[in-house]
Design a binder for this molecule. Sequence first.
Ligand code: UD1
Length: 427
Amino acid sequence: MEKIIINGGNPLKGTITVSGAKNAVLPIMAASLLAEGPCRLMDIPRLADVTTMSEVLGFLGGRIVPEGPQEMEIDCSEITSVEAPYEYVRRMRASFLVMGPLLARVGRARMSLPGGCAIGTRPIDLHLKGFAALGASISIGHGSIEATAPELVGARVYLDFPSVGATENIMMAAALAKGVTVIENAAEEPEIVDLANFLCSMGARVMGAGTKIIKIEGVKHMRGVTHGVIPDRIEAGTYMVMAAATGGDVLVDNVITDHLKPVVAKLAEAGVQVKEEGSGIRVRSSRPLCAVDIKTLPYPGFPTDMQAQTMALMTGAQGTSVVTETVFENRFMHVNELKRMGASIIIEGHSAVVKGVPRLTGAKVKATDLRAGAALVVAGLMADGETEIAAVQHIDRGYENMVQKLQAVGADITREERDGEECRLCD
Ligand code: UD1
């Protein structure tokens, strides 16, 4: 079993270049199903989730040709299957994002039910509500969902919660529908804007992406195009937190600073020096930091995908911080692991009360999901002694070459085969 081994205490110094955004590339790859010709995607991160989405598209009949380390061509001119099997949906919930484009392109899509995952039940009712509003018939049975629609017709869809995935799936379905679709209370995440830009360059008519109301005027055909994916704001935020946690001085390069405003604001409040520099953000800190409260919210609020890493940072701050999770129901799996390293954390409902301690100590811990894994790396970099992180496959889902990127800025971190119990992928 591969594990990440960290000997903590080294301040990070140097430059880390951020890769393309996982949460942008996955819906964009799914949207390639809408095009009648090949799409060329650039700035693609090499991640396990990107491999899974390539496999899903290949299963549906797509032809995926990697072109260089960060590029790929996806040709979904011929769709030969309308079903995403359990094997893929179990491995990655975002497989569900092929449902909207499949419905729009061939009038039928069947998906295995994603089921629960480590961070909560994560239903898909809002995706289905959107498809039904556009005229699809939905049937659920034998562990799968089928949607059929000889013709999708534009409609008004109000989302009870600004779900990122539902907004994306409905946008993609509506792109080839007849007439106008309006999504109200839509998600405003930057990844939604990147998807909208991709769709528009393919010939779709999408207006208002990045606001709460998105209007899509359906078109008859969409063409293959070339598109570069935006940088990953969560990867950037994670390295900013790691720089702050180690009292380092790091230029986190290739970022869109606007996307990082909530993270920058909280780091500055904690006493970290954060400064825009060229195409990057320089983070300098000298410990100890001050405790700050965090409440996760849909964009432009503080991202739930940065909650675990920021909580790890707060375990070493001076004072007590309250970290409140409002987006997912069960996103505190990292708390028990952080406590194994000496953190003082009490969970009270949707909040975690974190009392800063002078030092964490290295321990054997396990990544329970992607961002929980990143939080353990933050803790390991701060801790005295050796931290051994198991189940690193979770980290591979969302961080390209994390170990190499951290080694290059002075971290004592390696990946090694060591004995230990198997952990199944659960998200
Ligand atoms: C996306 C991101 C994920 C991020 C999350 C929130 C991708 C591939 N993943 O996930 O990294 O943590 O946004 O920023 O982009 N919900 C419902 N019904 C639905 C859909 C969602 O109740 O039909 C609930 C979920 O259970 C959750 C909340 O809405 O509590 C947010 O989920 P959503 O925004 O849909 O997240 P994802 O698109 O799955």
